[in-house]
Write a protein that binds this ligand. Structure first.
Ligand SMILES: Nc1ncnc2c1ncn2[C@@H]1O[C@H](COP(=O)(O)OP(=O)(O)OP(=O)(O)O)[C@@H](O)[C@H]1O
Length: 810
């Protein structure tokens, strides 16, 4: 913290120099902290000198992990480390507090704050002060850095008199926000930590519990605010969230790549990012279904269908069970078969666990049947004696005694069951009645078998046409719509027996934690780490402590060897049942009802940020309202915050977008653009067959415009209807096409409206607006999305009349 003096008047250059000195100090500090973290990683933590040999060894492993995380954090914040300064009003004696705001907090060698973390309470006025309610701020200053050099300052003065004469003389710059917005696009989202606006600040700092819906039109900063919220929540609730993790769900892999740099730049490296297609570990679905099937598979009736499909695999044949074993036909009668199945079903456990009971009881019934049959065979000569009526006394007594004994005692039964289980025919029969199933197997079998769909479909309320529509050959690639069904199936089926491996790993982890804790407690309670001198009466305790420390270290090493020392995000991503501390869903309007079930399972505490725009819903199975998706889980307990300002699209383009919005979602208010720069949008009419010939020149001209338009860098997207896609791709062979990882790095990319969701480009060329409109399942959302991707220039290429809702372009 600085305290300003009423110093001499300074020139703007002097102000720049002064800020440079300060910023250099901040970077020096960062370098020192990095060096320290690197040293800890290399050599282990510095000795505390307390003679705690056990403690030191134990803590080495923990400290090394912590140092690696810390180093990641320090590396991520290099760019624009310090971006702001706030000057509180000078009080009576001419002094006022100054704070420098940055991506992380740093203290100088005397532990005095050098840089305030943007998420700290002391940084809040930087984001909330406005000319009408500046609070105690006299000035907010933005520092623009190129690498480590301060190149420009932007001031907003709230109270000129609150500044010292020297500070008054150094007021400089243009509004930082507009300068940031005019920058060319790089293909990657940047953080906006230096220019967060008040309405966004409220989203970012809203409390952790409950469901917060952030509804806003295109370009209102929903995504960027949600990512800053993730960083803020991790900072404010680090104890809970670092352990449980934060998950960000986005619409596709390209989008996740587009945003992946934002959080590391804010000092957070351990957040899991996933698409809906990746929410089931082991499957990475990217393929989409036809709109009709997407609607059907997104429908809640699918939960009933999966449930019915699981129950369909738990059979009790009407004729009972018969299996050949050792030349003998073993039988379980229909009533017993039904009883065994129902008893297994009544167990409150998933299918694969219920199966254990089913297998045991079925083996038992077969074993008893075998014993009965043996009994009968050995009874045949006896029967003759009995039939003769001439039964000696001793035999009668033996028979009476045997009557009271079970056929097999416990040990015999166990052996008999084990022997039966080793027989392939028995195993096959039982597997056929109640198989052990993976979710993949269940769904592959179901969708590959029209007869099975006809059997279970009616239970889920599916019409014959819907049942038939779901049929597909085994081996078909998993689609994004399948993933919630796989998750649903996993819930009902439970883990296979390889879950033992996972359980072992969890147990190792728990054991290690318990050992660590115990060793620590012993060491602390005996005080041996202070003295380091083994005294006779402490010997037992010391040995005890030593043993536990050894155990803890051994476990830690084993864990390391097993690759268990993963980050929270990595561990969470590989565990389907992981319960996250907070989940952020972006482009949340696209999630189907079934996808919401999957998401909600991942966050049992219902601590969510739901970000989206109902007017942009492209998925026909997506949301028509937030209540439709959320009330089922948090009825009436979700709160909505609206973002109303568009930071992306200039006013002239938004005027066109507003017309489209009025048609597709008349109840939605278009966001207010802050940008008023850039040329008006243009319509180019080309005969249908001329696209291939003309488009390359058009693209080249646009590229030249955005490159010379001041920003240096720039990206262009051609967003085409499905019908025109082939021709456009053929016309632009050098461009990347589709939502691929390379798409973001290419100066020109060809996309569908769906693929462009969430992204932005300096220049957008929409080809075949009629086609885009016709293909949009909800009539125009896709066109609205396409138009609002532009940050500077919009061109619409059409071959017949321009659609009426784009008439503002003419
Ligand atoms: N406070 C801000 N300062 C600077 N730039 C901002 C700010 N808020 C948003 N932006 C910029 O505006 C653009 C749009 O933001 P973002 O992608 O988060 O919007 P969105 O609401 O998610 O849009 P869409 O619904 O179209 O996906 C981004 O380039 C973002 O960096």
């Amino acid at each position: 913290m600085e305290t300003r003096q009423a110093d001499d008047v300074k020139s703007p250059e002097a102000a720049l120099r002064e800020e440079q000195d300060y910023v250099s100090r901040v970077y020096d500090r960062l370098d020192r902290e990095r060096a320290e973290a690197e040293r800890t990683l290399r050599e282990g933590p510095a000795s505390t000198g307390g003679g705690g040999v056990f403690q030191a060894r134990l803590e080495r492993a923990v400290a090394t992990d912590e140092a690696a995380r810390h180093l990641d954090r320090l590396t991520g914040v290099e760019r624009g480390l310090c971006f702001g300064r706030i000057d509180h009003r000078a009080d009576g004696d001419g002094r006022g507090d100054t704070f420098y705001i940055g991506r992380i907090g740093l203290r100088d060698e005397h532990r005095e704050p050098l840089l305030i973390d943007w998420r700290a309470t002391a940084a809040r006025p930087f984001y909330t002060a406005t000319p009408t309610s500046p609070g105690t701020l006299a000035r907010r200053r933005h520092l623009h850095l190129r690498l480590r050099e301060v190149v420009r300052l932007d001031d907003e003065v709230f109270d000129l008199d609150g500044l010292t004469a020297a500070d008054q003389s150094t007021i400089v710059g243009e509004a930082a926000l507009l300068a940031t917005l005019r920058r060319g696009r790089t293909g990657r989202m940047s953080d906006v930590v230096a220019t967060i606006q008040e309405e966004q600040d409220q989203v970012i700092r809203a409390g952790l519990p409950g469901v917060l819906v952030v509804q806003g039109g295109p370009g209102t900063g929903k995504t960027v605010a949600a990512l800053h919220r993730a960083a803020y929540l991790l900072y404010t609730h680090r104890d809970v969230l670092e352990r449980r993790g934060v998950l960000v769900v986005g619409p596709n892999a390209t989008f996740l790549r587009y945003i992946e740099q934002v959080l590391p730049g804010l000092g957070e490296t351990d957040v899991a990012l996933a698409t809906v297609g990746e929410l089931f570990p082991g499957v990475r679905a990217t393929a989409a279904e036809s709109p009709e099937i997407a609607v059907l598979k997104g429908d809640l009736r699918m939960a009933s269908l999966v449930d019915a499909a699981v129950r369909d695999r738990q059979r009790a044949p009407e004729e009972g069970v018969e299996v050949e074993s050792d030349g003998m036909d073993l039988r379980v009668d229909p009533a017993t078969t039904l009883e065994i199945r129902d008893r297994a079903r009544a167990l409150r456990a998933p299918h694969n666990r219920q199966r254990r009971l089913f297998v045991h009881e079925m083996l038992q019934a077969l074993a008893v049947n075998r014993a009965e049959q043996y009994d009968q065979m050995t009874d045949e000569p006896l029967q003759e004696i009995l039939d003769s009526g001439n039964v000696p006394q001793w035999l009668q007594e033996l028979l009476d005694e045997a009557e009271e004994q079970p056929l097999l005692d416990g040990a015999e039964l166990k052996l008999a069951k084990e022997a039966l289980w080793q027989e392939p025919a028995v195993r096959e029969t039982i597997d056929g009645l109640w198989p052990e199933l993976t979710p993949q197997q269940l769904l592959t079998d179901l969708f590959g078998d029209p007869e099975a769909l006809r059997r279970v479909g009616p239970e889920a309320g599916l019409s014959p046409a819907e049942q038939a529509a779901l049929v597909r050959p085994a081996g078909t690639e998993w689609t994004v719509s399948d993933v919630p069904l796989l998750d649903e199936a996993a819930e009902l089926l439970g883990a296979l027996d390889d879950s033992a491996e996972r359980a072992r790993r969890r147990a190792v982890e728990r054991e290690r934690e318990a050992e660590e804790l115990y060793a620590r407690e012993v060491i602390q309670s005996t005080g041996i780490e202070q003295t380091g001198i083994p005294e006779i009466d402490q010997l037992d305790v010391r040995e005890l402590a030593e043993r536990h420390v050894e155990d803890a270290l051994e476990l830690a090493e084993r864990q390391h060897d097993d690759g268990l020392r993963l980050t929270t995000a990595q561990r969470a991503a590989s565990d389907r049942e992981w319960a996250y501390g907070h989940v952020i869903v972006d482009e949340a309007q696209e999630l189907s009802e079934m996808a919401w079930r999957t998401v909600m399972r991942k966050v049992p505490t219902r601590s969510l940020t739901v970000v989206g725009d109902i007017a942009q819903t492209g998925n026909p199975a997506g949301a028509r309202s937030w209540g439709q998706m959320l009330d089922r889980y948090v009825s009436g307990r979700w709160r909505e915050q609206r973002l109303m300002v568009n930071y992306r699209t200039p006013a002239a383009i938004m005027k066109v977008a507003a017309d489209v919005l009025a048609t597709v979602a008349p109840d939605q208010i278009p966001p207010e653009p802050v940008r008023d720069d850039g040329p008006p949008p243009v319509a180019v009419r080309l005969p249908a067959g001329r696209i291939t010939a003309e488009l390359p020149d058009l693209v080249a001209a646009e590229l030249a415009e955005i490159e010379t338009g001041g920003a240096g860098e720039g990206r262009l997207a051609v967003i085409a209807s499905g019908a025109a896609h082939g021709a456009v791709r053929a016309a632009l062979p050098g461009a990347e096409a589709g939502a691929t990882p390379e798409a973001l790095d290419s100066p020109v990319v060809v996309l569908t409206a769906e693929e462009s969701k969430g992204l932005e480009f300096d220049s957008v060329i929409v080809v075949d607006p009629h086609g885009v409109l016709a293909e949009s399942p909800r009539g125009g959302q896709d066109l609205y999305v396409a138009i609002t991707r532009a940050t500077r220039r919009l061109t619409v290429v059409h071959h017949d009349e321009l659609p009426a809702l784009l008439s503002a372009i003419a």
